[in-house]
Design a protein around this ligand. Structure first.
Ligand code: NAD
Length: 498
């Protein structure tokens, strides 16, 4: 059986076999590999390597660091097919979607290629008599990222590309459920010319996460995962004095106005609700049609289009989505469907009990559609993270906007309308971090920044874009004067004023 080991100091760590985890193939429901689960000592070793390597890398001029990023980008592109196949085999998403996962991470590598420009500071000539002020952004040193299972390429790249380009050394703790692609990315970065020790991968569970949060030499931690753990990681890391950004779960709403292009909206909702088996933090698992007529038309069209969806294995080029990640997660989703029924939702389409011929032990679920969902239902309040779409009917625009605004999560939201006034009002007032206007999955492009509100995000600075550069650097501001000699300048005992 294949073993996936840590990657520390530019080398694959020896396989100790002491603490290990199973990596499943969700298509067949069987263990396909083992992953090493690190210890406090593994984290200490990785941090020591990173700390030793970082000063030279941080002092390398940004243009040379950018050249490594350019090569890294080219290598990821050259290995796209291999990476996508490996990603799909552990996650279960279809190959085309796995390539999208890698591409959205590559976009951030491309952004990081511009690091010489991004690191330029500010300068004020003559801020006072003979006084100039300038600022510079310097790397933090050793930083870390902890990532979820659902985007095993994109989310590690969101973090490690800007962190490394800024001159830091990085410790990646990927999800233990699909850890192989993160290791391949670290190997490719080394091949691209990144010095050994600048990018380390330590696998593990809570024990390793805690060791990262407690290590005094780790200066900042970026986390993406579920909200309770995000909040825990945020609190523990911040209490230890680290800079933290922790992204959590989601329950994104799609508002359907009566004037929307309903066929286009239905096509968009299908992909956003069921794509990647609903295992996306920017999925759209709740639709809010405004008005009974809109609700009836929407429901009828959804039912017709859902019937055409094909569930399949990742290599099935015609499949729309594959299995969910694990048996436990499948059971959890089924539990939520039952809960929704018990709470009084109408089960329009039941995805439970679906079996893919030849893959009867795979973790497949057909699409589920629930109607007449109410905001007080627990199955609405919580994140299901599966191929389940809930219809929450609203009478008015104001009522529709109140649902995402009042929800505990505030990651993404979308409105489908032809009316610019509604759209503008919506974008301005809704309490959610990322808004789509006739765009179902409004994940910002790499030169903007990604981040949700409320329980979807703890901390201030968002992922990637200029926020990412700020997160992985600290500002130093210099006030300088070059005395020209002659008479001594009178030193004042009051705070200097200009
Ligand atoms: P998860 O919270 O179970 O795991 C995330 C990371 O935390 C993993 O690396 C895991 O090993 C680690 N971890 C797990 N339990 C821990 C514990 N008790 N203490 C410390 N660390 C622990 O999340 P997941 O199931 O891998 O991913 C799905 C979740 O991530 C969903 O809630 C989804 O919405 C969220 N997500 C959010 C975003 C975003 O940007 N907001 C993006 C993708 C996924």
């Amino acid at each position: 059986m294949r073993n996936v080991s840590h990657f520390i100091g530019g080398q694959t760590a020896a396989w100790s076999g002491a603490r290990t985890g199973d990596i499943y193939d969700p298509t067949i429901g069987q263990v396909q590999a083992q992953v090493a689960l690190g210890t406090v000592e593994t984290v200490a070793e990785a941090v020591a390597n990173a700390k030793a390597a970082q000063p030279e890398w941080g002092a390398t001029n940004p243009q040379r660091r950018a050249r490594v990023m350019f090569k890294f980008k080219a290598l990821i592109e050259a290995h796209m097919d291999e990476l996508a196949a490996l990603l799909a085999s552990e996650h279960g998403k279809v190959i085309s979607d796995a390539k999208g996962d890698i591409q959205r991470g590559l976009d951030v590598v491309e952004f990081a290629c511009g690091i010489p420009h991004l690191l330029k500071g500010d300068y004020t000539e003559g801020a006072g008599p003979g006084i100039d002020v300038y600022s510079m952004r310097q790397p933090l040193g050793v930083v870390a990222g902890i990532t979820p299972f659902n985007f095993p390429a994109m989310i590690p790249l969101w973090m490690l590309a800007p962190a490394i380009a800024c001159g830091n050394a990085f410790i990646l703790k990927p999800s233990e459920r699909d850890p192989s692609v993160p290791v391949r990315l670290a190997e490719l970065a080394l091949e691209a010319g990144l010095p050994a020790g600048i990018l380390n991968v330590v696998h593990g569970d809570k024990l390793v996460v805690d060791a990262i949060l407690d290590h005094p030499d780790v200066k900042a931690v970026s986390f993406v995962g579920s909200s309770d753990i995000a909040q825990y990681v945020y609190g523990r890391g911040a209490a230890a004095g680290k800079r933290m950004q922790c992204m959590g779960g989601a329950k994104n709403h799609g508002i359907i106005m009566p004037d929307a292009d309903i066929d286009q909206a239905v096509a968009d909702i299908l992909g956003a609700a069921y794509g990647s088996a609903g295992e996306r933090c920017m999925a759209l698992p709740v639709v809010v049609p405004v008005g009974e007529k809109t609700a009836e038309v929407l429901r009828e069209k959804l039912v017709a289009e859902i019937a055409k969806l094909r569930i399949g294995i990742s290599t099935d080029a015609d499949a729309h989505y594959g299995p969910v990640v694990s048996a436990q997660h499948k059971a959890r989703i089924e539990g939520y469907i039952q809960m929704a029924v018990d709470e009084g939702s109408e089960l329009v389409l039941d995805g439970r009990g679906f079996m893919l011929q030849g893959y009867e032990d795979g973790y497949f679920l057909a699409p589920t559609l629930l109607d007449h969902v109410r905001p007080d239902m627990q199955s609405y309040k919580e994140e299901i993270f599966g191929p389940v779409l809930q219809i929450l009917r609203a009478a008015t625009f104001e009522e529709a906007v109140s649902y995402p605004t009042q929800h505990q999560y505030g990651n993404g939201v979308a409105i489908f309308t032809r009316n610019g006034d509604f759209a503008r009002n919506f974008a301005s007032s809704v309490e959610v971090g990322m808004v789509g206007i006739n765009v179902p999955i409004p994940v910002p492009v790499s030169y903007h920044s990604f981040g949700g509100w409320k329980r979807s995000g703890f901390g201030d600075l968002n992922q990637y874009g200029t926020d990412g550069i700020r997160f992985y650097t600290r500002t130093k501001t210099i006030t300088q004067r070059w005395p020209s000699g002659g008479s001594v300048i009178d030193q004042s005992f009051i705070i200097p004023t200009m």
